[in-house]
Design a protein around this ligand. Structure first.
Ligand code: CP
Ligand code: NVA
Length: 305
């Protein structure tokens, strides 16, 4: 793996290696191990959209590994306006060891990778959010769940987070049912890629059908960053897809609730479900830190477990 732009950049063996490395890094961090494998190394962090988790976990992750991160907002560097994406990639490659970028168009993060001579990580594009999926399935794996026997239900928008989860679930043999309103299904190219990886994927417009027999329930915002103009239309289309106590009742008793956050409380999920005893959202959020440290080490060739 030279870059991490998509779950498609990983093999099943690499994912399992990254899970073991993530667990080891998490354990070392909790034990107060202050090793600095990335002393003197640095990361450029480019953001075209807002972030809490991704920015903090990359910056803190680099610091914990002994390196440093430089945050660059879109306004600051004028991506594609002040300077072209290839020129930004070529310049950054002369100063830093690795680049992470959150972009609107997936094409932008791909162009960065094409022209950079250092590894590039996708910190969320309109197509995928691979760091999130990795942290999410690690969260289930560390709970001791058998991923091949765990049924995952996605309720809501077939968006970037759903895409990466579909691909990773396929790679790990996790059956996944996706319930979206008509017109909001995951992109057909992603469905085909998941099926090509052997994914056991069910698509429906009926949330109850997806929830029946599910061990894990996942939802995300109905209006992703960049879709604000579609707000009214989307709020109406997604009304039946709110993860509330009534809908959760159709899943297996004890099913785990996931959300990548930030949540729009009262829209795609209720307070009672998000804050309830089944919710593992803060474990997911915490695990972004450890999973991304594993990805960085792996890309920089220092990822021995
Ligand atoms: N889940 C996630 O990526 O959060 P941020 O948008 O806050 O980075
Ligand atoms: N689907 C959301 C995820 C945010 C982490 C978005 O793209 O805005």
């Amino acid at each position: 793996m030279n870059h991490f732009l998509s779950i498609r950049d990983l093999s099943r063996e690499e994912v399992l290696h990254l899970f073991r490395l993530t667990a080891s890094l998490k354990g070392r961090q909790k034990a107060g191990d202050r090793g600095a494998p990335l002393a003197g190394r640095s990361m450029a962090l480019i953001f075209e959209k807002p972030s809490l988790r991704t920015r903090v976990t990359f910056e803190v992750g680099m610091a914990q590994l002994g390196g440093a991160a430089v945050h660059l907002s879109a306004q600051e560097i004028g991506i594609g306006v002040r300077e072209s994406v290839p020129d930004i990639a070529r310049n950054l490659s002369r100063w830093v060891d690795i680049i992470a970028a959150r972009t609107f168009r997936h094409e932008t993060v791909k162009t960065l990778a094409t022209h950079a001579t250092v590894p590039v990580i996708n910190g969320l594009s309109d197509l995928e959010h691979p760091c999130q999926a990795l942290a999410d399935l690690f969260t289930l794996w560390e709970r001791g769940m058998d991923l091949a026997g765990t049924r995952l239900a996605w309720i809501g928008d077939g968006n970037n987070v759903c895409h990466s989860l579909l691909l990773l679930a396929a790679l790990l043999g996790t059956p996944m049912a996706v319930a979206t309103p008509p017109g909001y299904a995951p992109q057909s190219e992603i469905q085909a890629a998941a099926r090509a990886l052997g994914g056991r994927l069910t698509l429906t417009t009926d949330p109850r059908e997806a929830l029946e027999g599910a061990d894990v329930l996942y939802t995300d915002v109905w209006i992703s960053m960049g879709q604000e103009a579609e707000r009214e239309k989307r709020l109406e289309a997604f009304q039946r897809y709110q993860l509330n106590e009534h809908l959760v009742g159709f899943a297996k008793p004890g099913a785990v609730v996931m959300h990548c956050l930030p949540a729009h409380r009262g829209e795609e999920i209720t307070d009672a479900v998000l804050d309830g005893p089944r919710s593992v959202v803060l474990d997911q959020s915490e695990n972004r830190l450890h999973a991304q440290k594993a990805v960085i080490l792996h890309l920089l060739g220092g990822g021995d477990v």
